[in-house]
Design a binder for this molecule. Structure first.
Ligand SMILES: *[C@@H]1O[C@H](CO)[C@@H](O)[C@H](O)[C@H]1NC(C)=O
Ligand SMILES: *[C@@H]1O[C@H](CO)[C@@H](O)[C@H](O)[C@H]1NC(C)=O
Ligand SMILES: *[C@@H]1O[C@H](CO)[C@@H](O)[C@H](O)[C@H]1NC(C)=O
Length: 330
């Protein structure tokens, strides 16, 4: 792997009453969903065929084959601890666990537990201990119960060694999918919220991976950040691609040329340059019609005047119509 990779498992469990629990979970490598725990029967659904191969290997393979046993123990532990801490039902337990693997092969692991939307405890890898994130009987009880040699030793192994090797397996089996690149599609259009203001919109969508650079050029020079420039957050599409838009406020007819420039890994060293075509349809047609009506009126008046002073000829009327048509087509 030449890039930083993040593997994380997100688990959410709803505890409605003393005898019920609904557990769901999803694993991600970066922004790619890898597998999901089915809340109905606790079986694992693989989002990608290669994820199943990677998950069959090493320690993750062992955990997977014992996942139901592990989940049952976890549910029992939560119910028991809730009773000891006199925690009222219903409540939700969230766990976020995983690791970051850097290109230099060093890694960093994390495990955080929250209850009903508040941080409860976090695992400190370096010091091999649980740290309460709130001052409550519950946080104290949970960190105390989980602080025993067997659990800490297992966690340390899973978080540092197993997690790293799982990332490497996933990257090996899923290379083609993980390294997929989809080039952005960009369009430029204008909005006129008021006659004195023109908003140039550059909409960029359908790209993967997420990092992208979108800039506006005024007469070929990049417009620096400022109040006239606003760029949205990068938002996900349903097909694991992304979109964003960048809006530049300008004064209409300011005589400058504008273009939107997009740079993305899928484009290599090239960039996408979409100029704003300074003849937005609606106003131009509007102006043409006004001019045409004026010309028609003027020529009718002129023709009437000409007809009064000369004897009748249809030649000039024809000329007037031809001129009018030329104007309409210009
Ligand atoms: C516990 O909750 C489940 C579903 O939320 C419900 O079906 C069950 O009847 C409840 N049990 C008790 C003892 O209240
Ligand atoms: C678990 O339930 C899902 C539907 O919720 C079903 O598609 C799947 O086949 C079930 N798996 C097993 C092992 O029963
Ligand atoms: C490895 O890379 C990470 C992130 O770039 C850096 O924080 C860390 O210090 C590096 N470790 C070593 C041993 O070079």
């Amino acid at each position: 792997t030449t890039q930083t990779q993040v593997f994380q498992l997100l688990q959410t469990s709803s505890f409605t009453n003393i005898s019920s629990a609904e557990v769901s979970g999803v694993a991600f490598l970066g922004d790619v969903p890898i597998y999901t725990l089915d809340p109905a029967n606790w079986s694992i659904h693989f989002h990608r065929p290669w994820a199943s191969q990677a998950a069959a290997e090493g320690d993750i393979g062992k955990i997977k084959s014992h996942s139901k046993l592990f989940l049952r123990s976890m549910v029992r532990f939560v119910h028991e601890t809730a009773q000891q801490a006199q925690l009222d039902y219903p409540f939700v337990v969230q766990v976020r666990v995983g690791c970051v693997l850097y290109p230099n092969r060093t890694s960093w692991s994390f495990m955080d537990v929250g209850v009903s939307g508040r941080d409860l405890i976090t695992f400190e890898m370096e010091r091999q201990r649980w740290k309460p994130q709130q001052s409550s009987l519950l946080a104290e009880l949970v960190s105390k119960s989980l602080t025993n040699k067997a659990i800490i030793g297992l966690l340390e192994h899973l978080l540092s060694i197993s997690c790293q090797s799982h990332i490497l397996s996933l990257c090996r089996y899923g290379r083609a999918d993980l390294e997929r690149q989809v080039p952005p599609v960009a369009v430029v259009f204008a909005r006129t919220p008021s006659p004195a203001q023109l908003l140039l919109v550059c909409r960029v969508t359908g790209f993967y991976p997420r990092p992208i650079s979108v800039a506006w050029l005024r007469d070929g020079q990049e417009v620096p950040p400022g109040p006239a420039l606003s760029t949205s957050a990068i938002l996900p599409n349903a097909d694991l691609t992304y979109q964003l838009r960048s809006i530049l406020a300008v004064t209409p007819h300011d005589g400058h040329s504008y273009a939107c420039r997009v740079r993305h890994r899928s484009l290599g060293s090239r960039s996408l340059l979409i100029p704003w075509e300074n003849h937005s349809a609606a106003p131009t047609v509007g102006i043409a019609i006004v001019v045409l009506v004026l010309v028609a009126t003027a020529s009718a008046v002129g023709f009437w005047w000409w007809k009064r002073s000369h004897s009748g000829s249809s030649a000039d009327l024809t000329l007037g119509i031809v001129l009018g048509q030329d104007l309409l087509h210009s």
